[in-house]
Design a protein around this ligand. Structure first.
Ligand code: NDP
Length: 325
């Protein structure tokens, strides 16, 4: 049995939540909040009411500057695993905790996407799909998973889950993080820091980006990284569009340094019609669908985090403003 809701609030009035995005209609979240706290007051950027009454802001690319105008804001809650879209605004108040959503279903969704991307290329399924449409019975080379090396850049909640799923399928998996990761599950080799990157890249038949977007990781999937991969490698971007230098990717594909790219995140989203990344046989673009956060989880974690903050504690899912993730 889960703990009863609503959570005890430090104040005796219902919380007032602002649902803020400049690209999404965030009203889809209101029923999930109301299911937990029928008395909740929710607002949008167009109908904010008294800014001093807003307790928490639930955000995906919030309108520029708006978070800095809410004097009694106690919590900024991302609706996803990343917080880059919040820290991108210099007006974000530094003293207000910024939290991400962390949920088992998100990790499972990401693991299934990454496993599909790796298997799809490694087992030549794009060829089989084309051959099937043309009625052609033709076998492509079969390399066992134990001989295919997958490197996961970013060994956080999503990256570690994806690494574990691939290791369970028999792939040779390594991962890269900022800090050392002692006690990784069997079958996963860890590398860390700038010094650990060359070894990671040198052993990557497939490189998966699951890094957070920060000043240090922007452009990670660029010419310098591609040049260190084994010739003919596959690159998967399940992080953010700004991790990818599209021109460098196209050049690496054209030169044969890379054989294939699976992109769930692209520098512009939606990727415009006619963009050079469309309609190539060696690039598969998916529309940022690798995983999704259930509305119920966003509402529950927002209210739990708000309660934690009002009790004077720091939620477990708080990002570090200095690190940017
Ligand atoms: P976490 O914050 O849990 O993990 C981030 C990982 O990246 C950590 O292992 C961290 O190292 C590592 N890292 C950060 N900076 C560096 C660096 N400079 N060098 C090396 N390693 C670094 O994030 P999640 O796993 O939850 O999510 C990862 C990203 O996935 C999100 O930020 C988001 O961009 C993306 N995402 C994409 C989705 C999609 O649908 N395509 C959906 C959800 C998220 P350390 O452990 O040492 O801190």
């Amino acid at each position: 049995m889960s703990a009863p809701f609503p959570p005890a609030m430090a104040s005796d009035r219902p919380p007032r939540i602002a649902l803020l995005s400049r690209v999404l209609d965030m009203r889809y979240l209101a029923p999930a909040f109301q299911a937990l706290r029928p008395d909740i007051e929710w607002r949008t950027a167009d109908d904010l009411g008294d800014p001093a009454r807003i307790d928490a802001a639930v955000c995906w690319l919030p309108p520029a500057g708006l978070l800095g105008t809410l004097p009694n804001l106690r919590l900024i809650q991302s609706i996803g695993a990343g917080v880059d879209h919040i820290y991108a605004d210099p007006a974000v108040p530094r003293q207000v905790p910024v939290c991400r959503v962390s949920e088992a279903g998100m990790s499972a969704g990401m693991s299934s996407y990454v496993a599909w991307a790796v298997i799809n290329h490694h087992r030549h399924f794009p060829d089989y799909v084309r051959n099937c449409a043309a009625g052609i019975w033709r076998e492509s080379p079969i390399v066992p998973p134990s001989e295919h090396r997958v490197a996961i850049a970013g060994l956080g909640r999503l990256g570690l889950a994806a690494a574990s799923a691939l290791a369970a399928l028999g792939y040779r998996v390594s991962g890269w993080s900022r800090t050392p990761k002692p006690g990784l599950p069997p079958g996963i080799t860890g590398h860390h820091g700038a010094d650990g990157l060359p070894a990671l890249l040198a052993e990557a038949d497939t490189l998966v980006c699951l890094l957070p977007l920060t000043d240090e990781t922007r452009g990670f999937l660029g010419a310098a990284t591609f040049a260190q991969l084994p010739r003919g490698a596959h690159v998967v971007n399940a992080g953010r569009g700004e991790h990818l230098d599209a021109d460098a990717l196209l050049a690496a594909l054209d030169s044969g340094q890379l054989a294939y790219a699976t992109l769930d995140a692209t520098p512009r989203e939606p990727l415009p019609p006619g963009h050079a990344l469309w309609r190539r046989r060696d690039v598969l673009v998916t529309p940022h669908i690798a995983t999704r956060t259930p509305a119920a989880a966003i509402a529950r974690q927002t209210l739990e985090n708000l309660r934690t903050v009002l009790e004077g504690r720091r939620p477990d899912t708080c990002a570090d403003a200095d690190l940017g993730y």
